[in-house]
Write a protein that binds this ligand. Sequence first.
Ligand code: HEM
Ligand SMILES: *[C@@H]1O[C@H](CO)[C@@H](O)[C@H](O)[C@H]1NC(C)=O
Ligand SMILES: *[C@@H]1O[C@H](CO)[C@@H](O)[C@H](O)[C@H]1NC(C)=O
Length: 509
Amino acid sequence: MTISVDLLSNPVFVLGSFLVLIIFHNYLHKQPQHGKKYHPTGASVFHLLTNYNKIHDYMTDLAIKYKTYRILSPLHGIVYTTDPENVEYILKTNFKNYGKGNYIRDMTSDLLGDGIFTVDGDQWREQRKVSSQEFSTKILRDFSSITFKNNTIKLGKILSQAADSNQIFDINDLFMKATMDSIFKVGFGIELDNLGGNEEGVRFSRAFDDANNLTYKRFVDVTWKIKKFFNIGLEAELKKNIKIIDEFVYKVIQLKIEQMQMSKDEVLLKKEDILSRFVQVNDNDPKYLRDIILNFILAGKDPIAISMSWFIYMLCKHPEIQDKVAKEIIEATNVNEEITDVADFAAHVSEGTTDKMQYLHAALTETIRLYPALPVDSKVCFSDDVLPDGCNVNKGDVVAYMPYAMGRMKFIWGDDALEFKPERWLDQDGCFHQESPFKFTAFQAGPRTCLGRDFAFRQLKIISSVLLGCFVFKLSNENKVLSYRTSINIHVDGPLQVSVSRRSGFQNP
Ligand code: HEM
Ligand SMILES: *[C@@H]1O[C@H](CO)[C@@H](O)[C@H](O)[C@H]1NC(C)=O
Ligand SMILES: *[C@@H]1O[C@H](CO)[C@@H](O)[C@H](O)[C@H]1NC(C)=O
């Protein structure tokens, strides 16, 4: 058994678990409710806890047995599904009946407030509308592209030094810092300069990452509300971190509001960052602005860093694919001369050139299929319902689809489901083709589908094309098999130690 050590050493947690077992025992005797068909029982929450460190693989194995299954829990039913028809039903056909609910909102609202990730109904619709308008503007597109490129150049300079001195380094850490810098610039118009080691930036970033971590712990610790009440243990830590975050964010918001009031009219139209635009919409509610901004940081940072890390890892494990990706980049950017400076190379990367990189797009998508940033996505069922497979779900049940498990299902992808094969995303002409969003669920689907998908691919392609155009990546230990760390997102577990050398030898014909 591999129970997470820090959970087991926690008396409140252990006590809570015994409580759960007792209630659970009682619950068993209530099942099943007669006359209705339910999904087969896969396991209990206790099994999930005992398999905590490998939870996604444990749940994938269960899904191989049952496409959709129930997990017994004392609090409410939990249904996990990999069935595209069920997914389409909960995310689109009967969208109204599945949402965040109080269950998810309670756990996340200390950090995320009333941001887009935690709310339902009109509150969500309103934010979705303003946000999607914001995301579709050319101003934001251009501003964010320049930001991604600038930060990638910074990252590239660090890599150049490592290449020259043959150093091994943790690329995952660098991706986390670079993406935080980027979302800050795009979100607030501020240079956080994590990559350069700016003290305030690093302090904020650490508090944000810790708070995110601690928020996730609530999903697996039934006693969190008690701890919050007494302000002890992890809850006390969470509170401390949120204080650091809030102090910083409110300062930024205040500054922005003042700037915008001072510079009324003249510079107003030039404001490019997301916060400035929301201040234009609503400048007298700092809490509203705080929530929006923190939700954007959450949405826009970790998924990119995570996808980049797994991508580099996959390319190191498949050097022939790394070469193929690099070859396409060199061809598309039309770089003929030997380039030794990252900024010079980056000057050749534009939206026009990244649009040509279909194989890169496929390889990134293939990475996200196997390592979806959000491996499990839970909804709450608002009223009794029957899923397309004929089974019942009750009001209050948690119904979750599993992008990680779905990416590994042979009934969806064929016998080679577990293999890393970018080609599966290309048609005969080598053009990328989309899969049904109810099969490839990494970005969710339906009305609440990821708002930042294009934004994400633009960023991933800019980072990848500059870094892979300039460097060859190798794992410091080629035999290492990387695992994930159980958290809300599928972070790589531990550092991702690599070395780089300057790429040469690709010449255009
Ligand atoms: C590889 C990168 C990404 C992946 C895999 C991804 C995946 C997802 C998923 C699964 C959801 C649904 C979450 C939920 O149930 O609440 C979501 C929602 C969202 N994503 Fe992304 N995302 C990525 C990048 C981004 C980026 C870069 C942004 C923007 C900065 C972004 C903005 C959003 C927003 C605003 C929502 C909320 C949509 C709503 O509730 O209406 N995402 N994303
Ligand atoms: C990007 O870098 C250039 C050159 O250093 C600088 O002039 C520009 O202001 C930067 N833009 C952004 C959005 O970071
Ligand atoms: C999050 O928690 C994990 C262990 O639970 C730890 O290894 C990791 O360093 C934490 N990350 C941050 C940024 O606090």
